[in-house]
Ligand binder design. Sequence first.
Ligand SMILES: Cc1ncc(COP(=O)(O)O)c(C=O)c1O
Length: 334
Amino acid sequence: MTDGFGSGDRAAERDEHHAHVWVDGRLLDAGEAHLSVFDRGFQLGDGIFETLRARAGRPTELAEHTARLRSSAAGLGIPLPDDIAERLDTGIAQLLAADALDGETGDASVRITVSRGVFRGRGLLPPDEIVSPTIVIQAWPVVPASARHLEHGLHLIASSVRRDPASPLATLKTTSRADFVYARLEARRAAADDALFLTIDDVLSEGTSANIFVVRRAVDDAPELATPSLECAILPGTTRSWLLAWGERVGLRPVETRLTRSDLAAADEAFLSSSVAGVLPVTRFEAAPIGSGVPGPWTRRARADREALIRGTATPSSARAASTATARVADGPR
Ligand SMILES: Cc1ncc(COP(=O)(O)O)c(C=O)c1O
């Protein structure tokens, strides 16, 4: 899987002869038929999912993704098996091994999809009888972020699709993704790299598959790492949580708030965050550059530190925090 912002030929990204999928406990050839057309995930988008990164066979933050899967399931009323964590752990290991993505150089994006299951009847309401959910795991080799994105940053446009913070679905990771596909198509038509959702009250929400951050100076001149709060119709990203704690460690004051388009335009730096693509610089919003128009030093450091965590080579940076606590945004990280 690419960083998600390219138009890459997905078929070319894997050796079709070594591709498997894990479906309800069984490893199947990726080329076979796997699911019933009566599956409510296919019929209605009545399902939930997670995407995470696995380096050298080690899934990153699997516990956090499993916890979010549980809360998405609870939100939609999809009953998960009690041993879901063990099933996912085993299933991911089996799939990565079958596709030879678990070696020292293995770098995979892993998608877990759970639908409410197969029901032969029609209609929106789930059946009264207990239906077992369909549980699927897929894996793709990660294609590194493009040099263009890393060196020049991403260009975002505002999607015409608005997010409603009052919607009970806004924070769930459901497979009903038509809004997100629509927004990504808007970005492609505008020759941009991604679209940014705004809320119905016109504050920033998130990208189509990532959270957004800005680096700026606060009124007291302290360097600040700001991101839309959970009340802005965002997915509570696992990378977002990590970054907020990272900011504290490296001397960037973490702030969860309501950010406007003007805040983005006036920021020194901006970036997107997600499990698979990591941290990606954003250097243009609509027609205007952000900051100096090139990826900034805090963004580069955030990306490097996050990639080190995923590789399993992160060193505790708390010791550095004191020395950077007084760093100014314009100075960048030390
Ligand atoms: C809409 C949306 N927001 C945010 C994120 C980032 O979440 P995470 O950091 O857990 O990958 C994703 C990830 O796919 C997403 O789809």
